[in-house]
Design a protein around this ligand. Structure first.
Ligand code: SF4
Length: 330
């Protein structure tokens, strides 16, 4: 069984089906299958590949922690209608002092899955146990590289601390016979390119999934970008994004919040999901005119990819599918 399905097996199947089929048939469900709630637009790190270092981000996005009242308002509306919520977008979600209370509230209200991405800086045993008891379903932890490479990219965090926390979480889960929260480790490809097998063997005994992604152009320095022909974006049928200050932005990859659809403090998720502006954006994509949207031109999703490298990871050959004309250096 897929560990992610534990405790909401039927809902999980429906979620997977909606995620796959709604974009294909361009069907707008009553509510999106997933809502992303940004608990924090602030981060405590300055990783060199991150868009939070870009001037456009610094001048365009207000540093904010989502207020619990706003979170609860959204959950009260979407519980029973949305399959899952994801608690991160641009900042580090665990900086929000109400993180645990938010998880507990969403699970009490019946949200099928609550997940987040974290840099792991706050994920010590006390935090993990509190989150697990609140009903947290999944943590994806960004671990870029081993030892000195991690310390360089993720400064001032230290590799030995993150590894120790992950080992302790594994021991705790094993001792208590726990499957959830599911733990995934994710890295950007150039940070592990020199030793992918060592990276895999370091973490595989302690987590549920070890993954990596090609490094996207988050600093927006690439030229000579090539796009997929016949691209049309799936996310417009899959998820709606509420920023930490309540603003509802076009999608997860409009990281500067350029295309504002509304505000969750004064509007419902239903209203915004079915708004004329959202319908217009879907229409532009359906007509192949998505290049009229500035965030889409910067986005990783329409970019052409190519199988540019292979790596041997623990005796398995893994193909690296990189963006065309994108240097994988950090
Ligand atoms: S920026 Fe455009 S292409 Fe990228 S996720 Fe958003 S709508 Fe889709």
């Amino acid at each position: 069984m897929d560990k992610n399905a534990l405790g909401w097996e039927k809902g999980y199947q429906q979620y997977l089906q909606d995620w796959r089929d709604l974009p294909r048939t361009r069907t707008v469900r009553d509510y999106p299958p997933q809502v992303d709630l940004e608990l924090s637009s602030v981060c405590n790190l300055k990783c060199p590949m991150c868009f939070t270092l870009n001037d456009a981000f610094k001048s365009g996005v207000r540093p904010a922690l989502m207020k619990f009242g706003l979170f609860a308002k959204v959950i009260d509306e979407i519980a029973g209608k949305v399959h899952k919520i994801h608690l991160s977008l641009r900042g580090e979600p665990t900086l929000n002092p109400d993180f645990i209370e938010c998880v507990a509230y969403a699970k009490r209200k019946g949200i099928g899955e609550v997940s987040t991405v974290t840099n792991g800086s706050r994920l010590d045993m006390d935090f993990f146990v509190a989150a697990a008891q609140a009903g947290m379903d999944r943590f994806s932890i960004s671990v870029d590289g081993l030892e000195a490479e991690y310390n360089r990219i993720r400064a001032p965090l230290a590799f030995r601390d993150i590894l120790q926390n992950i080992r302790q979480i594994h021991e705790y889960k094993t001792r208590h016979g726990m499957i959830k929260p599911v733990i995934k480790i994710q890295a950007v490809w150039p940070s592990i390119r020199a030793n992918p097998t060592e990276f895999y063997r370091t973490f595989a005994p302690y987590v549920d999934l070890v993954s990596f992604n090609p490094l996207a152009d988050w600093r927006h320095t690439d030229s000579n970008i090539e796009y997929e022909e016949d691209f049309s974006c799936s996310t417009l049928y899959q998820r709606l994004v509420v920023g930490a200050d309540g603003r509802i932005i076009m999608c997860i990859n409009d990281e500067y919040g350029e295309v504002l659809l509304g505000n969750a403090r004064t509007q419902t998720i239903y209203e915004v999901w079915h708004s004329p502006q959202m319908a217009r954006i879907r229409q532009l994509h359906a007509e192949g005119r998505w290049q009229e949207m500035e965030p889409c031109l910067r986005c990783l999703l329409p970019r052409k990819t190519e199988r540019s490298e292979t790596a041997v990871v623990d005796d398995r050959e893994v193909v690296i599918e990189n963006y065309t004309n994108r240097l994988q250096t950090l």
